[in-house]
Design a protein around this ligand. Structure first.
Ligand SMILES: Nc1ncnc2c1ncn2[C@@H]1O[C@H](COP(=O)(O)OP(=O)(O)OP(=O)(O)O)[C@@H](O)[C@H]1O
Length: 230
C-alpha cells in the first residue's frame, strides 16, 4: 500500500493518461455552504476507487462533481473517459411513492442512448433483461419499486447503472445497510465491471466496504485526508 498524498501543493497539475478523472484545486458549494475545499485528487482509469469519510464529509458532493452533475465553484476537472458517466444514487434518494416498476427503473438506464421519449430498441430491451438477470431481479421485473426491500431496490438501481453501459460507473453507498451476502455480491459485480475495463468509483462510510478497492480517496470535512493506492 502506498500513500500518494495527504497535503499536496495547492494547484499541482496531475496530467496522467492512466487517470479517468483529475481534479485540481476543486471547491464545491451547496448554495452558501462550502462543502469541498481545494481538492486535488485523481481517479485511476479501469480501477476501483473508494471514496471514504464520515457522514457529511462530502462524498456525495464529490460523486456529483465526478459525474458532471455538480459544477464546482472553482478548480478544474479533466476527463479522459469517453462516455456519459453512470451515477447510481443512494436508494434513500428514490421517493417511495414513485409509481414505476423494476423493469421501467432499469430501462431508464437506456435514456442516455434513446432519450426519455425514445422507443426502446430490441437491443435496449436485451440490455435491460441482461442487467436484471445479472442482479438476480428478473422475477421482480413487474413489481413496483416501492414494494421492494432495501436490498432489492439497491439491485434495481445498480441494474439501471449497468444498463447505461458507461465506461465510468459512480455509485453512492451501494452496499450500506445490506447483509454480508448482498455486500459480497455487489463487491463481485464491481470487480467484474472493473475487469471489463470500466472505471468504478463508490462512496462508503463503512471502511470494510472499501477493502476491494485499488485506490482510496479519504475525505474529512470536505478536504482530502489521504489518497491511497494498493
Ligand atoms: N442540497 C444541499 N444544500 C445544502 N447543504 C447540503 C446539500 N447537500 C449536502 N449538503 C451539505 O454538504 C455536506 C456534505 O454532504 P454530502 O452529502 O456530500 O456528504 P456525504 O459524505 O456524502 O454524507 P453521507 O455519508 O451522509 O451521505 C453536509 O454538511 C451536507 O449537510
Amino acid at each position: 500500500m502506498r500513500i500518494v498524498c495527504n497535503n499536496q501543493a495547492p494547484g499541482k497539475v496531475i496530467r496522467d493518461m492512466s487517470n479517468a478523472i483529475e481534479l485540481v484545486g476543486v471547491c464545491a458549494r451547496h448554495g452558501a455552504v462550502a462543502v469541498l475545499h481545494d481538492l486535488t485528487a485523481a481517479v485511476a482509469a479501469q480501477r476501483i476507487t473508494a471514496l471514504t469519510g464520515p457522514n457529511g464529509s462530502g462524498k456525495s458532493t464529490l460523486l456529483g462533481v465526478l459525474s458532471g452533475v455538480h459544477r464546482p465553484a472553482s478548480g478544474s476537472v479533466r476527463r479522459t473517459h469517453a462516455r456519459r458517466p453512470a451515477l447510481v444514487v443512494q436508494r434513500s434518494e428514490v421517493p417511495d411513492a414513485l409509481p414505476i416498476t423494476v423493469r421501467q427503473t432499469v430501462a431508464m438506464g437506456r435514456w442516455a442512448h434513446r432519450g426519455a421519449w425514445g422507443r426502446l430498441s430490441r437491443e435496449d430491451r436485451a440490455v435491460v433483461d441482461r442487467c436484471m438477470e445479472r442482479l438476480g431481479i428478473t422475477a421482480l421485473a413487474d413489481r413496483r419499486l416501492s414494494t421492494l426491500s432495501g436490498g432489492q431496490r439497491q439491485r434495481a438501481l445498480l441494474a439501471q447503472g449497468l444498463a447505461q453501459e458507461s465506461d465510468l460507473l459512480l455509485l453512492d453507498e451501494p452496499a450500506t445497510g445490506l447483509d454480508a451476502d448482498a455486500k459480497a455480491q455487489i463487491a463481485d459485480l464491481l470487480a467484474e465491471e472493473c475487469a471489463r475495463g470500466v472505471t468504478v468509483v463508490h462512496a462508503t462510510h463503512e471502511p470494510e466496504d472499501a477493502a476491494g478497492a485499488h485506490h482510496r480517496i479519504a475525505l474529512s470535512e470536505g478536504r482530502l485526508l489521504a489518497e491511497v493506492v494498493r
